[in-house]
Design a protein around this ligand. Structure first.
Ligand code: IPE
Ligand code: MG
Length: 232
C-alpha cells in the first residue's frame, strides 16, 4: 500500500492525511475482495524498516491502526473475515497488541476470507525465524523440506499469493513475502494507494486474468494441460 505520503503532499496536506485516506482505500479493497470471493488478502501495513520514520508518524500510524480495527471489527464479523497478523507482534506498542489480539480472537471462527496485515514485517526476518524454529525443534538437516520450512512462516497453512500488487509506481518488493512470492504474478499500477479504488483493483485483476502462468513449464505443456491449442 504505497503512496500515502505523496498523495497528501500533492494536495498540500500533512502525510498523516494520506495515511487516513489510505485506510479508506484499504476498507474498499477488503470489501471488494470479499465480494469477489478472494479467499486470502494480505496488506503490507508496516515494515520493520518503517520504524526509522519520524516518531510522530510512527505513532500516528499505530493510533490509526487501533482506530481502524476497533471500527472494522463488526464488519469483519458480519462478512466472516478472519483477521491475522504477519510479523512480530511482541515488539508493537501495548495498545496496538491488545486490539490486534482482540480482533484475532474474535474472528478466529470466520471462514469466508482471511485478511492478513503484515505488521512489523520483514521477509528475510520471517525466513530466519522459521530456520531458528526448526533448529530449536531439533529437526535434522535432511528433514528440512520446503513444506517444513513453510509451516514455520507467519503464513503457515495459507497458499502462496497468486498476485502481488504494489501501488504508486515503485517496482520493488521491499522484503515482502520473499519466500511465498516465488511464483507470484506482479502488478505495479501508478495509482497512489489512497486513489486505489475497488474499480482500480478490478482493472488490475482483469489484466491479471489474461496472463498465462507457466510455473517453469513450456507454453506447449501449459496448453496441453489446459487442452488448448496455444497458450504461448
Ligand atoms: C505507504 O505510504 C504507507 C506506509 C508505509 C505506512 P507511504 O507513507 O510510503 O507513502 P510515500 O511513499 O511517502 O508516498
Ligand atoms: Mg512509500
Amino acid at each position: 500500500m504505497d503512496g500515502n505520503g505523496r498523495w497528501a503532499t500533492s494536495r498540500g496536506l500533512p502525510r498523516s492525511e494520506g495515511h487516513r485516506a489510505g485506510t479508506e482505500a484499504a476498507r474498499g479493497v477488503v470489501t471488494r475482495c470479499r465480494e469477489l470471493g478472494i479467499r486470502h488478502l494480505t496488506l503490507y501495513t508496516f515494515s520493520k524498516e518503517n520504524w526509522g520514520r519520524p516518531a510522530d508518524e510512527v505513532k500516528f500510524l499505530f493510533d490509526l491502526l487501533v482506530r481502524f480495527l476497533n471500527r472494522e471489527l463488526d464488519t469483519l464479523l458480519q462478512q466472516s473475515i478472519r483477521f491475522l497478523v504477519l510479523g512480530e507482534m511482541a515488539d508493537l506498542p501495548l495498545a496496538t497488541r491488545k486490539v490486534l489480539s482482540h480482533v484475532i480472537g474474535k474472528t478466529a471462527h470466520c471462514t469466508e476470507m482471511t485478511l492478513n496485515l503484515a505488521l512489523n514485517y520483514s521477509g528475510r526476518e520471517e525466513v530466519l525465524r522459521a530456520c531458528r524454529r526448526l533448529i530449536a525443534q531439533g529437526v535434522p538437516p535432511e528433514a528440512v523440506t520446503e513444506e517444513r520450512l513453510a509451516a514455520e512462516l507467519y503464513t503457515a497453512g495459507q497458499p502462496d499469493p497468486d498476485l502481488i500488487i504494489r501501488t504508486s509506481g515503485e517496482m520493488r518488493l521491499s522484503g515482502y513475502l520473499l519466500w511465498q512470492s516465488a511464483y507470484s504474478e506482479f502488478a505495479f499500477p501508478d495509482t497512489l494507494w489512497p486513489d486505489f479504488t475497488p474499480a482500480a483493483l478490478d482493472a488490475v485483476l482483469a489484466e491479471f486474468k489474461g496472463r498465462t502462468r507457466r510455473f517453469g513449464l513450456t507454453g506447449e505443456q501449459v496448453a496441453a494441460t489446459r487442452g488448448e491449442k496455444d497458450a504461448s
